[in-house]
Design a protein around this ligand. Structure first.
Ligand code: CU
Ligand code: ZN
Length: 367
């Protein structure tokens, strides 16, 4: 079948929207007709050539939502007509990690996914017989995609796909980090560094957990205002004095929970320092540049601070994403304010430009 897709042909060049061939789903795979897809920094990072694991040609995009059109042999988790959110972080339920119950890092597809292939080591995307590789196992800058059934979150059909696609990546990362990874408890004091989609998700997650105080830190006053709408009680501009400010605000001790969502190692260091003496937990969510290191003074750890991290915030997509969709539909989670621009697939490169200009939180492609 022919579909339109945004192909990364060359690093550092705009994506080229063109017709490509998509093959039917094989065993355990599902063909999804996408209705919406968010444009994320990770797509831009790979398109720019900065990602050491990048490859071309490939179809980027990973924040997708759509409707199941066709299922391959043996598929039991979804059926045609089901609404789904795409997951770059699947859950097979069978590998040693999945059965451990201790991590969301499923081992089932990792190796092939990192190389741009579906789990059987091939692609469903091609052009004149030449394979085009998948990206993050999702490739959602396209009218349709083929993915393993274990990498889909089945969601209620009345939820608008152009909003809940944001739960495919950053928003769920922040929410899950606060709710599951850190397990913020009622009354806790929290500090969130970075008010992009991940940080705003963490702010919302802290609020949903009943945090008493949520300090949001970001250089952009506009993003801080959005953080306030999501539950931040105190807004700080950031900079070298921000740790001192947080210590002042917390009786000299620091916050019970801190979250880092910038990818800057200097800010990660601040998030560790701002965690409370005795028991503060710092959760690192941002992706640092290649080769960068986080330096921590050991005394901070000896005196009880802890540091953890979490890919996808520790979320188990097939379970957690539908729950977060419910929270949205119940009015407990605001996603609408996070979608700043609606674009067509043809305008995907404009989405990258808007992101580079830091114009709004998220652009969403509608197909
Ligand atoms: Cu993303
Ligand atoms: Zn697994």
């Amino acid at each position: 079948m022919k579909i339109r897709a945004a192909v990364l042909e060359q690093f550092g060049k705009p994506l080229e929207v063109q017709e490509v061939e998509i093959a039917p789903p094989r065993e355990g795979e599902v063909l999804i007709r996408l209705e919406a897809c968010g444009i994320c920094h990770t797509d831009l990072y790979t398109a720019s050539g900065a990602d050491p694991g990048g490859y071309v040609p490939c179809v980027l995009g990973h924040e997708g939502a759509g409707v199941v059109e066709e299922v391959g042999e043996g598929v039991t988790l979804v059926a045609p007509g089901d609404h789904v959110v795409t997951l770059f972080s699947p859950q097979c339920g069978r590998c040693s990690h999945c059965v451990s119950g201790r991590t969301n890092l499923c081992l089932a597809v990792r190796e092939q996914q990192g190389k741009g292939y579906l789990p059987d080591g091939t692609t469903r995307l091609s052009r004149q017989g030449n394979p085009i590789r998948h990206f993050m196992g999702t490739s959602t800058f396209a009218e349709c995609t083929v993915m393993p059934e274990i990498a889909l979150a089945k969601v209620r059909a009345d939820a608008p796909l152009d909003k809940i696609c944001l739960l495919a990546c950053g928003l769920t990362t922040g929410l899950a980090a606060a709710i599951h990874r850190a397990g913020v408890e009622p009354g806790a004091t929290c500090a969130v560094f970075g008010a992009g989609l991940v940080g705003l998700g963490a702010v919302a997650g802290c609020r949903l957990q009943g945090a008493g105080r949520i300090i949001a830190v970001d250089p952009s006053p506009a993003r801080l205002e959005i953080a306030r709408r999501h539950g931040a009680t105190d807004l700080l501009e950031g900079g070298p004095k921000v740790v001192d400010r947080i210590l002042e605000m917390t009786g000299g001790f620091g916050a019970d929970y801190t979250f880092e969502a910038t990818g800057l190692v200097s800010v990660m260091g601040q998030a560790v320092e701002a965690a409370r003496l005795g028991w503060g937990l710092c959760t690192i969510l941002g992706v640092a540049g290649q080769g960068e290191k986080l330096e921590i003074v050991p005394r901070l750890l000896i005196t009880g601070r802890r540091v953890c991290g979490g890919s996808f915030g520790g979320a188990r997509g097939p379970v957690d994403v539908p729950r977060f969709v419910d929270l949205y539909m119940e009015g407990k989670l605001d996603i609408d304010s996070l979608v700043s621009h609606h674009l067509t697939l043809e305008e995907v490169n404009r989405g990258f430009e808007l992101m580079e200009k830091q114009d709004g939180v998220r652009s969403v492609i509608q197909f």
